[in-house]
Each structure stands twice: as C-alpha cells, then as structure tokens.
Design a binder for this molecule. Structure first.
Ligand code: SF4
Length: 767
C-alpha cells in the first residue's frame, strides 16, 4: 500500500509516476502550451474556496495558475492544483442514462426528452397516488448558491413536497445550530486573515493541516508572531505535531475536556466578568454546570492527563486574544451541538467574541457548506436563513415566490431520516443532486436497500458515483467551472465562480435540469431563468431582510472587493467581515450561554468491541472521493483506505504494518491494511472515509444521530480489529488501556503545571 503522509514535500507533485497510477490525467500533456486565456475563479473542493486562475486554450481547461486572492494569497493545496483535471476526464457522464429492464437491468443511453418524460410521468403518477411528499429531493452543498437556491424552490414550488434536505446535514449542522442558538447568527465571526492577530489557538477536532492546508499559512503567521497552539484530537495530526500542547482525547468525549478547561479558567481567576455581565446571558448556570469537571474528572472521562488540561487552561486563559477553531471531530457526534456550545462558553468566558483575532471559528468542510445552508435547501429553512415554521417568514417567502402560503410545505425529513422513509416506502422517488449517499451515510447496506426500493431513483452528477450506480435515471450535470455563480466560503465570504469551459457532450447545468423538470411539471412560470445571474438576482432579493442578507452583494462588488461578507443589506454596504463587535444577533444583542452536561458517545467500547473507531479525511481526497479518486496524482498517493493502530495495541494483537486485518463493529466488518503509527491513542482506530463499496468505512459507523440536527455519530463507535490469518478473541479493554508515560507517549507537552512558557514573539508583521 502506498500511503504517503509526507505531503509537505512539494517535489512530490513533479516526481509522481503517471504510468503506475493507472489513469493519466487528461490535459496534462497540453499543460505546457501557452494559454489563450486565464479565467479567474476558485477551487471546487473544500470550504476555503481558494482563488485560482484556470488556463484555457481552444475552449479546454488545460491547467491552473496562482491567483492572489485575499484568503489564499496564491497558494493551492495538492487537491487544488489538479482540480481542473476533472473537466475533460474520460469518466465524465456525457448523456442521460436510463435503467432498462427494471431494477436488475442495465443503465443505457437515453435522450433528454425520454429521460425527462419518464421522470415527470412517474412523479405525476406517484404524487397522485401517494401525495406530494412521496417525491423527495436530496441535494448537495458543493454546488453554487444559485443551484442550491433553485433546488429548494424546485422541491417546494414545483414538486410541492416537504421532503427536501441536503448533504450539509452530515457536515456542519452541529456548528450551525450551536452558533444560531448562542449568537443568533450562524456564521464564522471573523475572517481567516484575522488568525495572525491571535495569541493562542485552540484547535478542537479539526485536522487543519491535512483537510484545509491553505488555512495553515495563517496559522503559521500567528505562530511566527508568537502565538501558542493547543490541539485536542485523538490523533497526533500534522497540526498537533507542531503544537505546544496536544491533548489526546478519547473520541467523542471532548466536552468533558472543554468544560474542565473552563472550570480551570474560573479557578485561576481568568474569566472576563465585565464582558459576561454586559454581553451575555446564562453565565451563572454555565459556571455551576462546569464545577464538577475537575481536571481529574476530565481525565477519567476523556483520557487526557489532568496536568495537560490544567496547562491548556493556563495557556488559553492567559492569552490576551484567543481563538478556538473547531471542525468535524466534534461536530460528527450525537452531542455535537453541545460540544460546539461548550467551546462557545469558553470563548465567551474569556470575553473573546467580537475582538479582532478572537472568539470561535467553525472550519466548514464542504465547498459551499456555508452558503448551502442559507439559501433554502435545508429541511427547516427558507432563503435568507428564514425558518419554515415561523409564520411571518413563511409568508414573506410565499409572497416573494408568488404562491399562497398554504401551498408552501412545512418542514420535511432530515437527510438521514429520508433513508428510513425510503426503506418504509413513504418516499417513493427521490432526485439526488451532487451527493453520494452510498459512501457518506452510515450503515451502507441499509442505505443500499432503501435506495433500491425507490423507483425512480434519479441522480444528477458528473461522474457515476456509487449512488448513481443504483439509479434508474442518471442525468449528466456540470463540474464547477462549466457554469458560473457564487459560493460562500467558511468565513462567510461570498465569492464568484466563473465559467471556463462548456459542458461536455449533452451534459447540462444542474439548474437548467431542474427548471426544465419544473416546466414539464406545469410550474415553469416560477422558474423563468435564462442564466445563473438571473437566479442570483432573485436569490439576493429573497434573502433581503433575513439573517443571511445577501441583498447588497452584486457580482461586480464581489470582483471589486475580493469577495463580500454577508450580511450585506444594501447596495452601498461593504459587507461584514467581523461579526459581534458591538452586539450579537439575538433581539437583546447578547449572546446566550448554555450549561453543557457530559454525555458519552452513543456506543461505548466493551468486551467484544474494545476499541473506539474514528474516521476522517486525508489531504489527497475530498468527501466521498467521487472526484478525487479519479485524479491520478491524488489517487496514487492514497488509493485505498487503511486502519491506523498504535504500536502498543498492534504488538498485543500481533499485527504488523501493512498486514491486511479485519475491523469489525456491531454493524459490519471490512478488511484493509494496517498502518501501525505512534500518532494515535492506543485505544483508538482511525479509518479515512473517502472510499466506496467494500472500502467504505461507513459500513461500520454508528447510525445514531444528534436528536435535534440529526447529524450521525461518525467519529466514535465501538470496534475491534483482528488478524485474518489467525483470528483472535477480541482483546479486553485492559489490553489497550492508554497510559501515557514518557516511554509510550508519542509527544510530551513542553509545559508542566504552573509553568506557561512564553513563546518569544518574532518580529511583528502586518498582514
Ligand atoms: Fe482547494 Fe481547499 Fe485545497 Fe484550497 S485548501 S486548494 S479550496 S481543497
């Protein structure tokens, strides 16, 4: 197995052997040609949305060049530099496909008319027999705001179905709800360029160096100026390797550590009482709630040595400006909202929200994860972050769309719940756009049975994903640079995606596909769009007056300013890079604090399953890998998943590096190679989640969901690992009990209790 984790060596981009990688990327041999034009746009992958130029010659995208955009300053990560190779890739879907001969038949070429007629006739029949909600839309957040907006409107106005949700549900919904509850606004409070202004960074459950490499330049700038870095993670990630302090937490127990850090901040007299009194509600309840979380109790619950908890509290608590950055490590949890709220409590207690460089920052994973949840494709939301169950907000959107409010459906099923409705036969047909459920949802076998029951299952995508393989109709959509529109990055900065090439073959922009379906459903008058710009103008007007007010954001202003941060309520408004400087988004202007109890993961290790299994990303892949697994360089670096296991645990089980082992959970098992590394807790296993079929780790993960936002518990479940050659009985918990000592701890923090060594500040720079 070639798992290259040494990705900081830039020469790897050039030494890679295309022959051995299987599929040479198309366009590579043309990359040396002089480009005819450089199209300014952004990367299609993660929530950073780095600026880039695409090199275009003879109507084809042939390469990429640096673009000095404010948040990436010309840098791209390994995914960004090869993203363009999707455009003319041989795997692209170029014409519609229909499965002929029933569910066991083959996908065969069809015309658009045939595919559209079939879909619409079946939908009309299903809705007449079973009601409008029997047809659902499962959308995505890697699409532009314009496409996401049209998906939401299509479901509610054309299909008149309540069942629409999106894959961002599986990504950032914990943070979204926590920020909305605490601050009244769901958005990162400050731009990335503020990071160098902080004196201490606390990274909780976020592997920034691998998942968001370009954010690292801002982390390094903060470090160069003397900022401390604390990392809470079950693995010593590339970020943790550079930290002052690593807190190796048991998966799923982070809130015990955060609460204990807050308690210690109180004990040390580091709370900003004046700020709490003036700008927050609920502090006394929070103070009382964290009292039981002594460092020793935190150690018992989380496995983090008590002295590290104390040291973290002092490093964090004594910093004049501090920033908590958090990601999927805490959000993919049955108590993800609570853990995000615990982080917010800590930052508020230190008076950090509203300060340049201070506060909290969610690191959104999906390309348009932020915009995708604001423009009305979430089950409970309407455009402008309006709520579907608030009468005046329903009325506003119904009036705007020109439909009677009684016609506007109420909240439907969340994404994971749709699977159960499909399995139960309540959802009879589903249109899936830009989402790969067969890799992304827990319990893949259950998902497969549910999708196979849906008829017709319609998938809009540009590659034949594991989900599209099950479809009855596949409609070829476009990659990002074959259309134009906007996305909203992890900072809340709205940016412009520009068109660099025409869609190949008969493929069409996703918004054209659904507007044509709407027309055939007899609702075309509500979807008169001839261009993405017309959709944008409707969207920003629909959002006017809402929490996420895009009204004042024009495409021209985006170009002039290097992106525009919402809220931007008027055409002469410059946008809002920093939030909460004076007041929070609640009517009284104050932040709300919530007492957070400790709750263990939904599934704890035991005799048969003594390990905790956690999952995550690697630098070479994006989400379900439907795109990145087809790009030669990226796939050559990480062609298949592996299971990381600590040498201490591996030795006890007789497992050696590169050996194929079996990982089992109460749901399923899979076979994959072992990567024996000292950078993981001895009681924990890690498997990356970018792979499909027998390589999908979501065969194993726990389908339990957070009760309010329904995000699944991807990051912690009980598991066991065993040799294939001589299966052993599962080792009991005692065999893998972690006990960090200087001999077995992969990294010892450089501080002792009571000593918070100051990093010498280097010469201050301005950014
Ligand atoms: Fe693309 Fe994200 Fe990499 Fe930037 S950091 S190049 S947006 S994948």
């Amino acid at each position: 197995m070639s798992v290259n984790k040494d990705f900081f060596q830039p020469e790897r981009d050039f030494n890679y052997d295309f022959q051995s990688a299987g599929k040479p990327p198309t366009g590579w041999s043309e990359a040396a040609r002089v480009p005819e034009t450089l199209v300014p746009t952004h990367c299609c992958f993660c929530g950073v949305q780095c600026g880039m130029f695409l090199r275009v010659a003879d109507g084809k995208v042939i390469g990429v060049e640096a673009r000095d955009f404010p948040h990436n300053r010309g840098s791209l990560c390994p995914k960004g530099v090869v993203a363009y190779q999707q455009v003319d890739h041989p795997d692209r879907l170029r014409y519609p496909l229909i499965r002929r001969g029933g569910k066991t038949g083959q996908l065969e070429r069809a015309t658009w008319d045939e595919a559209m007629d079939y879909i619409v006739s079946r939908w009309k029949q299903i809705q007449a027999e079973h009601g409008n909600d029997a047809v659902a839309v499962y959308s995505g957040s890697s699409m532009t705001n314009e496409k996401c907006y049209v998906m939401g409107k299509f479901a509610r106005v054309a299909l008149r179905s309540r069942n629409i949700d999106y894959n961002g549900r599986l990504c950032m919904s914990s943070s979204a709800v926590a920020y909305a509850r605490a601050f009244g606004i769901d958005r990162a409070p400050l731009p990335m360029t503020d990071i160098p202004l902080t004196h201490c960074m606390l990274a909780v459950g976020v592997n920034i160096a691998e998942c968001f490499p370009i954010v690292m330049q801002w982390v390094w700038r903060a470090r160069d100026k003397g900022a401390h870095l604390i990392v809470i993670d079950p693995r010593e990630t590339p970020l943790a390797r550079t930290a002052d302090l690593w807190l190796p937490v048991r998966p799923g127990t982070d809130e015990a550590v955060i609460n204990a850090i807050l308690r210690q901040v109180i004990v040390d007299g580091l709370v900003d009482e004046a700020y709490l009194k003036e700008r927050t509600n609920g502090w006394e309840e929070v103070r009382a709630a964290v009292e039981p979380f002594t460092p020793e109790e935190a150690e018992r619950l989380s496995g983090v040595p008590a002295e590290r908890v104390v040291a973290a509290a002092r490093l964090y608590g004594r910093a004049a400006t501090s920033l908590i950055m958090h990601g999927k490590g805490i959000e993919h949890s049955t108590h993800g909202v609570d853990t995000c709220l615990a982080c917010i409590n800590l930052a508020l207690a230190r008076g950090q929200l509203g300060k340049p460089g201070g506060g909290t920052m969610m690191i959104t994973g999906q390309g348009n994860g932020q915009g995708g949840r604001e423009v009305g494709q979430k089950a409970n939301q309407l455009p402008g972050y309006r709520h579907i169950d608030v009468p005046e907000e329903r009325q506003y959107i119904a009036n705007f769309w020109g439909i009677p409010v009684e016609e506007l459906p109420w909240e439907g099923a969340a994404a994971p719940e749709m699977i159960h409705l499909m399995a139960d036969g309540e959802i009879k047909s589903c249109l899936i756009a830009c989402s790969n459920l067969m890799v992304s949802l827990p319990e893949n076998e259950v998902v497969k049975r549910a999708l196979q029951r849906v008829d017709p299952l319609i998938v809009v995508d540009f590659f034949l994903s594991e989900t599209a393989e099950l479809a009855d109709v596949v409609l070829p959509g476009t990659v990002w640079c074959e259309d134009e529109g906007t996305t909203t990055n992890l900072e809340g900065r709205v940016i412009k995606i520009n068109r660099a090439a025409d869609p190949p073959g008969e493929s069409r922009e996703d918004w054209r596909i659904v507007t044509e379906l709407a027309r055939r459903l007899g609702r075309g008058q509500f979807f008169p769009y001839q261009s993405a710009r017309e959709i944008w103008d409707e969207l920003r007007n629909a959002s006017r007056g809402g929490k996420s007010d895009y009204y004042g954001i024009t495409w021209e202003k985006i170009d002039e300013q290097g992106g525009v941060f919402w809220p931007c309520p008027s055409l002469d408004h410059p946008g809002s890079p920093r939030l909460f400087t004076e007041r929070f988004g609640h009517p009284d202007g104050k932040a709300k604090m919530f007492p957070i109890p400790y709750r263990p993961p939904a599934e704890e290790p035991g005799k048969d399953y003594p390990f905790r299994l956690t999952t995550g990303r690697v630098v070479y892949h994006y989400l379900t890998g439907n795109q990145t697994r087809r790009l030669g360089f990226l796939n050559s670096q990480a062609p298949e998943p592996w299971v990381e296991i600590h040498p201490q645990a591996a030795a006890r089980l007789g497992i050696v590096n590169d050996e194929v082992v079996r990982v089992r959970t109460p749901r399923h098992s899979m076979e994959l190679k072992a990567l024996v590394v000292p950078t993981i807790r001895p009681d924990t296993l890690f498997i990356p989640y970018h792979y499909g079929h027998e390589h999908s780790v979501n065969q194993l993960t726990n389908p339990a969901v957070e009760p309010n936002v329904k995000i699944p518990e991807y990051k912690a479940c009980a598991a066991t690992v065993e040799k294939l050659s001589a299966p052993t009985a599962p080792s009991g918990p005692g065999d893998v009990t972690i006990n960090f000592t200087p001999e077995n701890a992969p990294k010892m923090f450089p501080y002792t209790v009571g000593e918070t060594k100051e990093r010498p500040a280097k010469e201050a720079k301005t950014f």
